[in-house]
Design a protein around this ligand. Structure first.
Ligand SMILES: [Zn+2]
Ligand SMILES: [Zn+2]
Length: 275
C-alpha cells in the first residue's frame, strides 16, 4: 500500500467526508494522519477529485478504494479512478468477480479481501456482510486512534452481527433510505416497492433509528444518515422518525448524538471528537 501525505494541516484528526449520497451516486472519503481511503466510487472521477481538493486532500494520494458492492451508484466512477490514479481497489470476492464481468477489474492493483480485516496505512479496516440484492455486499468499519467509523448502506435489514459491527462506533454513515408510508403510496411500480422494502433491499428510517437504539453508543456519537431516496423520503420525515423513536427512550439529538444528512451533491463531514 502506498503511504503518502494527505494534506498539510489535515494530518491528525480522523475525518469522514460523504462526498455524495443517494441512488445517483455514493462516495465517502475517510482520512486519518497520513492516509486517505475512498469507500465507493459512484460519482465521476472528476467529482471525486474536485471534492477531495476542496477538502485539502489529493485524490492522487488515495491509499485504496473499497467497493461495498457492484451496483452502478457505487462504481460509476471506478474505472476512471483506477486508470487515472493507479489506486488499489479492495473488495470481497463476489464483488470482484462482478467487477471483472463489467470489465472494471483485472487491473493489477485489485485486491480481494480474503480476511475481514486489513490495515491500509494509518487506518485499520474491518468489513462485514450486508443484506442486499448484490452478489457479495459489505459494510465497513474504519479505525484510527480512539475512533471507529462504520459505514452501512444498501442493506434491507440489520442483523445482530451487523449491530455488533456498529457497536462503539463514534461515527456512523447509516442508511435511512425510505419512509414506509411514502414508499407505499409513492410512484414506484409494485415489484420495485417490494424490492426496496424487502430483506435484501434498502433500510427504512424506522430500521435505522432502531439500530441507533440497539447499538452500543459512545457519548460522542455522530451520525450521517445516508442513501436517502428522493422519491420515497425527505429530510423532515427522517428527522421525525428518528426523533420520535430515540425520544421514546429519552435520547436527545444534539446532546446524546449528533445527526446530519448525506446529500446527493454536497459534501457532509464528521471530524472525530474526543469522548
Ligand atoms: Zn446504492
Ligand atoms: Zn445497491
Amino acid at each position: 500500500m502506498r503511504e503518502n501525505t494527505v494534506a498539510e494541516g489535515n494530518t491528525t484528526a480522523f475525518q469522514v467526508h460523504v462526498l455524495a449520497s443517494g441512488s445517483k451516486g455514493n462516495a465517502t472519503v475517510v482520512a486519518y494522519k497520513n492516509t486517505a481511503i475512498l469507500i465507493d466510487a459512484g460519482i465521476s472521477a472528476r467529482r471525486i477529485t474536485q471534492g477531495m481538493k476542496a477538502l485539502g486532500l489529493d485524490a492522487a494520494n488515495l491509499a485504496g478504494i473499497f467497493i461495498t458492492h457492484e451496483h452502478s451508484d457505487h462504481i460509476a466512477g471506478l474505472l476512471q479512478m483506477v486508470k487515472q490514479y493507479d489506486v488499489p481497489v479492495l473488495t470481497r470476492e463476489g464483488t470482484m468477480k462482478a467487477l471483472i464481468g463489467k470489465r472494471i477489474a483485472g487491473h493489477q492493483s485489485f485486491t480481494v479481501l480474503t480476511k475481514a480485516n486489513i490495515t491500509v496505512g494509518d487506518i485499520s479496516v474491518e468489513t462485514f456482510k450486508t443484506k442486499h440484492d448484490a452478489v457479495d455486499s459489505m459494510g465497513i468499519s474504519c479505525y484510527g486512534g480512539s475512533h471507529k467509523m462504520t459505514l452501512m448502506t444498501d442493506t434491507g435489514t440489520i442483523d445482530d452481527r451487523m449491530l455488533r459491527a456498529m457497536d462503539e462506533s463514534d461515527m456512523l454513515v447509516l442508511e435511512a433510505n425510505y419512509d414506509p408510508q411514502m414508499l407505499r403510496y409513492g410512484p414506484y411500480p409494485p415489484d420495485l416497492k417490494r424490492r426496496v422494502a424487502g430483506e435484501y433491499g434498502h433500510l427504512s428510517n424506522e430500521s435505522a433509528a432502531q439500530a441507533l437504539l440497539m447499538m452500543k453508543r459512545p457519548d460522542n456519537l455522530q451520525v450521517i444518515l445516508a442513501h436517502r431516496s428522493e422519491k420515497n423520503n425527505a429530510v423532515p420525515v427522517v428527522n421525525d422518525t428518528v426523533h420520535r423513536l430515540t425520544g421514546e427512550v429519552g435520547l436527545i439529538e444534539g446532546k446524546d448524538f449528533r445527526l446530519q444528512h448525506g446529500q446527493p451533491k454536497e459534501c457532509v463531514s464528521m471530524v472525530g471528537q474526543e469522548a
